[in-house]
Design a protein around this ligand. Structure first.
Ligand SMILES: Cc1ncc(COP(=O)(O)O)c(C=O)c1O
Length: 431
């Protein structure tokens, strides 16, 4: 008998048989550990707002919330998810460059902690909606800072962006604090970028964001009830990357926070995090359908691909870089062959991994793509070739739970309407 990989103490074969493949399986204890690891090391004043965009499943949100996370949401469905997961309105913020009137109205109706406004137009719109409702909206300004600190996978600051309001424009605006009768400016948010894998840029960003927040609050005469320093803490996916050292981060970051917190004891200090909380917990589990060779190279064709795991194509890079990947059902066999792992799509880009070191692969084998809990199916073209959404499973304290159902063909077809276009064509009415 070969050893098999377990997720949260449950065998991968058992999980695949019970829930089918392809599926995303999350280790709930790992999720909790990610959050408690931060809470135990970083400054006690920091609050963690879970960015649902990284994984919007309600059970994932509820589990993180049970371990102390609040919620950062960017759509109506994410707002409803956070509520359903039990997050109290005073622990929800709503962010995003293109909020609809319905979303802004929902923020007011739910009385969430803050709307993070990203344009002057949005401030006007929210003010009008709040006036009609007879309330005053709490607003944090999202700033597009003029500085940029190197070291993030995707840098936000110092560039023309649709996100936030340029720092220069905010300082040039006269009377912003009193311009809107139904808006109360109460905070500042800056998001510097994602996939940050070194400690120093996080410390430097935070220092600069604090300084910017103080200047902006002084300029427009409001109290800083909230400073959201963004997050973007990364995960090492690829060869040559290393995970963040939380102890080192704590040593460098905590004094910066301490100094600010001493000056602003009433201010809520927020880090908003997606990937760092969810990525490690998730394994994308696929079953090998066929094995073949082409021009001397090995291909394992599996039942799932980039339709569920677009990030496996290489996260913003033109060169394909591979997520960590292993054979799950014969985990201990020597990986002495080279395999391309591909999915069911009719495009040469549907490659989960190129030249992956694996044992000899057979049809029916299970492969796992690790560190896949963030920006998985919801950030992928799940409807391409009409395969639909995969199953999602949570394993927590040794028990497994289905947390999102697999799409069946009927689920996809139900949303489409067949009009009698054939009859119209026959009647010669077209064109
Ligand atoms: C404004 C904002 N906040 C939070 C996040 C979550 O980032 P991450 O998953 O890197 O933590 C993003 C991601 O794009 C974002 O744009």
């Amino acid at each position: 008998m070969s050893a098999e990989f377990e997720i949260g103490g449950v065998g991968s074969t058992e999980l695949a048989e019970r829930y089918g493949t392809p599926s995303f399986v999350y280790d709930g204890n790992e999720l909790a550990t990610r959050l408690t690891g931060l809470r135990e090391r970083l400054h006690p004043e920091l609050e963690y707002f879970f960015s649902l965009k990284s994984n919007p499943n309600v059970s994932i949100c509820a589990l993180l919330h049970a371990h102390g996370a609040r919620a950062e949401v960017s759509s109506m469905a994410e707002l409803l998810t956070a509520k359903r997961a039990g997050v109290a309105p005073e622990n929800i913020i709503f962010l995003g460059p293109g909020k609809s009137r319905a979303e802004l109205t929902a923020c007011l109706d739910e009385d969430i902690y803050a709307v993070v406004c990203e344009s002057f137009g949005e401030l006007d719109e929210l003010d009008e909606l709040a006036r009609a409702k007879g309330v005053v909206a709490r607003v944090a300004l999202r700033v597009n800072p003029s500085f940029a600190v190197k070291g993030s996978g995707l840098t936000m600051g110092g560039k023309p962006r649709q996100f936030g309001i340029d720092e220069e424009q905010l300082f040039a605006a006269d009377g912003l604090g009193g311009r809107h009768s139904n808006i109360r400016l109460m905070g500042v948010q800056v998001y510097m970028g994602t996939r940050i894998l070194s400690e120093e840029p996080i410390v430097e960003n935070t220092r600069r964001i604090f300084e910017l927040a103080e200047r902006l609050a002084r300029r427009h005469g409001f109290d800083l009830e909230l400073v959201d320093i963004g997050g973007g803490l990364g995960i090492a996916y690829f060869a040559g990357e290393r995970d963040l050292d939380l102890d080192l981060l704590a040593t460098r970051l905590n004094p910066v926070i301490d100094e600010f917190a001493a000056r602003h004891p009433e201010t809520r200090l927020v880090m908003e995090l997606g990937r760092f909380l969810t990525a490690m917990s998730g394994t994308y589990v696929v079953r090998v359908r066929y094995v073949k060779t082409s021009l001397g190279q090995n291909f394992a064709v599996t039942d799932g691909g980039t339709n569920h795991h677009m990030a496996a194509v290489g996260i913003g890079s033109y060169v394909k870089r591979d997520f960590p990947m292993r054979l799950l059902n014969r985990f201990d066999e020597p990986a002495d062959e080279s395999w391309h792992v591909t999915g069911p799509l009719c495009t040469p880009n549907d490659v989960l991994g190129k030249k992956i070191a694996l044992p000899p692969v057979r049809p029916g084998d299970l492969l796992g793509v690790f560190r896949s809990g963030a920006y998985g199916p919801t950030a992928s073209p799940v409807l391409f070739l009409s395969h639909g959404y995969p199953a999602e499973v949570l394993v927590y304290n040794g028990q497994s739970y289905l947390i999102s159902e697999r799409d069946r063909p009927a689920d996809l077809l139900r949303r489409q309407h067949l009009h009698d276009v054939a009859a119209l064509a026959a009647a010669g009415l077209d064109g």
